[in-house]
Design a protein around this ligand. Structure first.
Ligand code: HEM
Ligand SMILES: *[C@@H]1O[C@H](CO)[C@@H](O)[C@H](O)[C@H]1NC(C)=O
Ligand SMILES: *[C@@H]1O[C@H](CO)[C@@H](O)[C@H](O)[C@H]1NC(C)=O
Length: 321
């Protein structure tokens, strides 16, 4: 089965972010159930997406570091090496704000323009997995107007496109073992916004924090070196040769006004895990240290997880033993 995982699928109107842990890591039969469910993801996707081929359905599966060791032991006959950068989410502690690590072995990023299709896929998936997993987090994201986050800003504009997209997102031959080519790292974090405090800011203060205008999404200049930089500047990463490294974000708002919950589910795919980690460090610790990303004064990270999205054919091999 040579099916790529659709990391680069289009931004949809609806998405489900499902994070699971392995319920019983020492049970071989439970690990077998998980392997076989992962191997049948492609079939399951076909079965669900056929019900509306125009709904832009896609699913990507991410595997955490500890789960990789359990599901694909180094001695297994499949000889799938562990991706070189894969490790658990590293918490980041700044002077004011922290990015916590929370439990997560498997991530399912389920996208469709139809909420019911996401729902159907998730229910069939959880039926396949049964008692082998525990649900840690299940968040339903929705598209908000012209792809705005709940802070009111258009989110996703600076995403790489065209040839720059695979370049930024997919592991290439020169990076790692050939079984990793076409794979990707993905980092997720769930943020809860303090809306009353955010709304109390003037629009120009909000714009200075994000680094773009609110109504028409025009990029603003960086601050002078040494000053507190906007989000878009802290999230811009250059390597030692001055090359800029982008990531693919597919953030979605979630929440419930009746319960007072207003959030952003951050999801970032990258060919290089260190790029996302460096973004987090610049946001939480600040550049210079102490000058953190002021988005965080109004947004609290409540989860954090790192996963590897293998190329689709790897999932297909998990069943063979
Ligand atoms: C509360 C959570 C967050 C919100 C509401 C948010 C919102 C935004 C907005 C509105 C923009 C400007 C438009 C755009 O280019 O998309 C932006 C840019 C960006 N964000 Fe975030 N973001 C959040 C968290 C993060 C995190 C955790 C990361 C990375 C670890 C990140 C990485 C980026 C990057 C790389 C850009 C593009 C920078 C550029 O090249 O201009 N964001 N974000
Ligand atoms: C997909 O549908 C076929 C035909 O109904 C069924 O035999 C198969 O078990 C389904 N696959 C999964 C993974 O649910
Ligand atoms: C599916 O995605 C395409 C490309 O983004 C878009 O033009 C189309 O309207 C989407 N389909 C639906 C049903 O929204």
């Amino acid at each position: 089965m040579n099916v790529p995982q659709p990391v680069q699928a289009p931004l949809t109107k609806s998405a489900t972010f499902l994070v699971l842990t392995i319920a019983n890591p020492s049970s071989p039969s439970s690990l077998k159930t998980i392997r076989s469910a992962l191997a049948s993801i492609h079939d399951l996707s076909k079965n669900v997406s056929i019900r509306d081929l125009n709904s832009n359905f896609s699913v990507t599966v991410g595997i955490g570091s500890a789960a990789w060791d359990l599901l694909i032991p180094p001695s297994s006959s499949s000889h799938l090496p562990k991706p070189s950068e894969l490790h658990p989410f590293r918490p980041v502690h700044g002077q004011r704000h922290s990015a916590p690590a929370t439990p997560g072995d498997l991530l399912f990023h389920i996208r469709s323009d139809r909420r019911d299709i996401c729902f159907e896929f998730e229910s069939q998936l959880l039926r396949l997995l049964g008692a082998s997993v525990t649900v840690e987090d299940d968040t339903q994201g929705f598209r908000y107007f012209d792809a705005r986050d709940l802070l009111g800003f258009v989110d996703g504009t600076a995403n790489p496109s065209a040839a720059a997209l695979p370049e930024a997102v997919l592991i290439a031959e020169q990076d790692d073992h050939k079984a990793c080519v076409g794979g990707s790292y993905v980092v997720v974090q769930k943020y809860i916004h303090d809306m009353p405090s955010w709304r109390a800011l003037s629009t120009s203060d909000q714009e200075a924090i994000i680094g773009r205008t609110k109504a028409d999404n025009v990029e603003l200049d960086d601050q002078a070196p040494g000053a507190q930089q906007p989000h878009k500047t802290l999230a811009t990463i250059e390597d030692e040769h001055g090359n800029e490294h982008g990531i693919l974000r597919d953030n979605m708002p979630f929440g419930s006004p009746g319960s007072g919950v207003f959030g952003t589910y951050f999801i970032g795919y990258s060919r290089r895990l260190w790029v996302v980690e460096k973004m987090l460090e610049r946001m939480f610790v600040g550049d210079p240290p102490g000058k953190h990303d002021r988005i965080l004064d109004f947004s609290t990270a409540v989860t954090g997880g790192t996963f590897y999205v293998p190329p689709g054919w790897v999932l297909g091999e998990l069943d063979e033993d």
